[in-house]
Design a protein around this ligand. Sequence first.
Ligand code: CP
Ligand code: NVA
Length: 313
Amino acid sequence: MAVNFRGRSLLTLLDLSRNDIRYLLDISHLLKAERTAFQINQRFTGKTLAMLFEKRSTRTRCAFETAFGEEGGHPVFLSESDIQLGAKESIEDTARVLGRMFDAIMFRGFSQKTVETLAEFSGVPVFNGLTDMFHPTQVLADLMTMEENFGHLDNLNFVFTGDGRNNMANSLMVGCAVMGVNCTILAPDSLYPESELVDTVKQIAYDSGSVITVTSSPEEAVPGADVIYTDVWVSMGEEEKAKERVALLTPYRVNRGLMEMADNPEVIFMHCLPAVKGNEVTAEVIESTSSVVWDEAENRKHTIKALMVASLL
Ligand code: CP
Ligand code: NVA
């Protein structure tokens, strides 16, 4: 089925169909090949992108900024200390003003509600560059990286281990379910994803022919895994939970033993980065030949460019 992504926002992968994601991934692979061949295009000439940040970023900021800028567009970085974002001016009013001046907005911050309000009131496409709830552009890069490694996504066995209720676990569950990837969330009971989201995702997975599992048992989760994925134990904004998380999550660290438990010589290790080596993953695993984290980081740029090409041209 033909996909028309023009003018669309990306707030959560729950809004995307399998065809939509397929379309974005196909463009991503083409754009990566183009970039690798040093082909220069100027697709965004005359366009502007507002980049709003309440939280820090290396990959997401650089991916949006370089992807937009190298195609002739003008990205404008606006941190919380630069503009009135909900402090002296409401999100609604900020959105209305930015919508009059920019062709698109990307937002990284705390509340999912903020990115939704920006989309509702700006009248231009809005891209979620991470909230407490979701990190959809990261998952596009993750799916692309899995496809590069295995040549397909169908019925791969994906295991996320760690904080099962954070933005990455939430978004990965959705992305896997939409694309027909079997997804297991391996986490202690107290960090299981919200049951309402799990129920929604299970329905999506049923339709795509994949299976979603939530378990606290590595022996149940890991054998047969194609991908072992983890994220930081303490997400941005939760710094006061650091001690408690180390105690809870140490049994869920990705180390050589956990990788070997997959019993799959082709298993790959993934991480959205930044990583706290020695916490959620050992230096040995992240530096091993099974680790694809640097490809994954690079793919942020190609997938984000693809999203903007699909939405803005
Ligand atoms: N993975 C990711 O979003 O990285 P940054 O926080 O550096 O943007
Ligand atoms: N869960 C992490 C992801 C960072 C890309 C955080 O929100 O800090």
